[in-house]
Design a protein around this ligand. Sequence first.
Ligand code: UD1
Ligand code: MG
Length: 470
Amino acid sequence: MSHLAALVLAAGQSRRMASPLSKVLHPVAGRPLLHYSIAAARAAGATRVVVVTSARDRDLIEQYLLGAFGAELIRIRVQDPPRGTGDAARAGLEALPDAGRVLILYGDVPLIQDTDVSRLAACSADPHQLGLGTCRLRDPRGYGRILRDASGQVVGIIEQRDLKDASQAAIDEINTGLLSVDAGALRSALAGLRTDNAQGEYYLTDIVPWFAQRGGVHTVELSEDAVTGVNDRVQLCAAQDRMFARIAQRHRMAGCSIATGAYIDDAVQLGKDVTVMAGAHLRGQTHVGDGSVIDVGCVLDDARIGPGVTLLPYSVVSESEVGPGCQLGPFTHVRPKSVLEAEVKLGNFVETKATRLRRGAKANHLSYLGDGDVGENSNIGAGTIFCNYDGFAKHKTIIGKDVFIGSDSQLIAPVTVGDGAYVATASSVTEDVPPDALAIGRSKQSNKPGYASRLKARLKAEAQKSGKGH
Ligand code: UD1
Ligand code: MG
């Protein structure tokens, strides 16, 4: 079988985005929108994808694509200046062998479906025949219209700005931009292009007559998704909404309960029977294990959530691991490099950063646990702070297993608390605590009997004297 290649055209200027960032790098459901055309080409069997970019965007686009798809698949070619889609195809062809089937796609149609691209890829093997992706639109304005002769054969494409009369304008069969063509034939056809059109550009669509006179044009009617492009931020938002809806549907079909209004990025993986409630955002390379529940408003960024986990409302997990059976929230904040082993419980307003909590450890209320290691089944009382930062460097707090840290304690790192130790409530722990020891790090209380009413009377008199009393 001969190899299939793809050309993805993405060198347009995209001024309507009004952005310093290349249009095709704007995210749609967590991936740059260019990603989707390339993924669809790969799914259709392309083993080489040449992406045509502007000189300005080249480096960022190359960096992303090599990371996401690898150097085996991706080649970058620059088109500078952009002189039309025909000129862009010519620039891209430089990176391809002389013959063989080539798919041509645009880089700004993120909703494109794998099945559409695959159907086009399979439509013809005749080097002199052009495969042309078309679509019928109720409102064809803005698109190139397909021209057919009396016998129904495609003879050309006319661009919106070059329309000659109302009957051409009324044609509802349009060019999606998706083509399947032989590389050698394309080279020959491109050599004949001229710029005598309304935009003074080399139109890729002008290759159609070359093929019409030889092997003909084989049209494949595609879904509207193949043509739903992104040119401005309104369309970007609409495309992203469609993409989120499609992703949610995919997970529902696979047996997960995804509420309307949950946002799940394309790269996120869900196990079986996962529940995601409204307002939850699952981003990046997040993975959620079987049977876990992600409640309302949770935000997960590159998080690995094990099976049987419950994240109660408004919990945030970033670049961290949450093991099987853990329960977090509401309002727990797990910051990068945290590792929660199995059955850890963190409650409201507990923040962790670069901290490991081992099996069964708990911190149920109002704590900051930074740069720490908490042993199995240890309990961190309400209001505990790991004081990890002295203004210059970070230090570690190591807590053994079965330790009890009383509420409102500060562990002033570097510090170690041995297995089975007990830290009394409201302690400032500045020295290591040996295993099984009781540490009390607070000033002793003294009671002065009958002193309260005397103190109040004195304070009241002073306030009246200074005119501030009431
Ligand atoms: C193009 C087609 C039109 C079709 C429509 C579908 C041509 C002449 N017209 O029109 O028939 O109905 O798409 O959306 O092909 N690009 C480059 N270099 C350039 C110009 C464009 O790489 O010099 C890239 C753009 O980044 C984009 C794609 O080619 O990804 C299409 O360019 P665009 O300007 O949007 O073409 P349209 O005028 O919409
Ligand atoms: Mg366009």
